[in-house]
Design a protein around this ligand. Structure first.
Ligand code: BTN
Length: 324
């Protein structure tokens, strides 16, 4: 998208964000474009997942108001003394990719957050559906001097950080599904994707991405598993800027702690939050399926699965857990 179109669409969103009707004519006059051009931009915004409808004689309206992300608000809400750089983006392919494309320029804690992703990605090559203004899509960079061997279990620590941030804004009753899904009422609320780069013997450079469902439009499609969002489980409206600040604070604090002490300080909390503890599950590892009972995690963060009275540890990113 060219910069001019992007600027016009941002202004249209700004006008509609409050949830009131705006006529095509008034928008056109304000932005110095024709009504037909306004209509073209609105179509493009619909494709980004904005739930805009139009009523003859009244104009355009968002189904629900949106609180847009603002870096000044997020920074003001943050409580960490020493925070990394924050970039607030409008529409991007993927916040993880955005940071990966400029790894050499980044310092620990550098984060970005976007209103929408056009190629948001999840684990195991899945797509992360990322409609505009409906959720939080954020990524943070961290380099671990100890290399690949020190980042085992990192995703579990990040899961604990996400739950901690949710608790801080008053969202309770959320759990963790191994290795790093955040669940509520048996459905997926948030996911974590860690992408790591590094040579043997050198630092491991990680981009940690979090997608948190806040208020997805009811007609959201393309998500291949049961999902839930904060709008269904939190009392009152949640301030996305505050939530983003809380997530960034908890994530940065968790990364500092993980760098100093590894997974150990997170184990007890993770075990308390384990959604499948003692349940019968199946593990899918590529073509291989193992049935068993979940017995928590070992001290390295591997899943313990009991089959015929014997517990075995399962590592690795290709394992997924489903209720049997
Ligand atoms: C999963 O559960 O499969 C992981 C989902 C991770 C989604 C987030 S959204 C922000 C960041 N950018 C991406 O492209 N993916 C992650």
């Amino acid at each position: 998208m060219n910069k001019h179109a992007e600027a016009i669409r941002s202004q249209i969103i700004g006008r509609l964000a409050g949830g009131h009707f705006c006529s095509g004519e008034a928008l056109g006059q304000e932005l110095g474009i024709s009504r037909a051009a306004v209509s073209g931009h609105v179509k493009a915004l619909l494709a980004l997942g904005l739930d805009i409808f139009s009523v003859t004689g009244k104009g355009y309206k968002l189904a629900s108001p949106i609180e847009l992300l603002h870096s000044t608000k997020i920074v003001a809400y943050r409580t960490q003394d020493n925070t990394g750089t924050l970039e607030v983006l409008n529409v991007i392919d993927s916040t993880n990719q955005y940071l990966k494309d400029k790894l050499a320029e980044l310092g620990n804690g550098h984060a970005c957050i976007a209103e929408a992703q056009t190629a948001g990605r999840g684990r195991h090559g899945r797509t992360w559906v990322s409609p505009f203004g409906a959720s939080l899509y954020l990524s943070m960079y961290w380099s671990f001097a100890g290399g690949y061997q020190v980042v085992g279990g990192l995703s579990l620590a990040v899961g604990v950080a996400v739950v901690s941030a949710l608790n801080k804004v008053g969202v309770r009753d959320v759990q963790l599904k191994w290795p790093n899904d955040i669940y509520a009422q048996g459905k997926k609320l948030a996911g974590v994707l860690i992408e790591a780069e590094g040579q043997m013997g050198s630092a491991c450079e990680c981009v940690l991405g979090i997608g948190l469902n806040v208020a997805l439009p009811v007609n959201t499609s393309g998500i291949d598993q049961p999902w839930i969002n904060l709008a269904q489980i939190s009392e009152g409206a949640l301030d996305r800027n505050r939530l983003a600040a809380c997530l960034l604070d908890e994530l940065q604090a968790a990364l500092e702690k993980f760098e100093a002490f590894g997974l150990q300080p997170f184990l007890e909390t993770w075990r308390d939050l384990d959604v499948y503890r003692d349940q019968h599950v199946k593990l899918i590892m590529g073509q291989k399926v193992v049935l068993g009972r979940c017995r928590g995690i070992d001290n390295n963060g591997a899943l313990l699965l009991e089959t015929e009275g014997v517990s075995r540890a399962y590592h690795g990113g290709e394992i997924s857990v489903r209720k049997a």
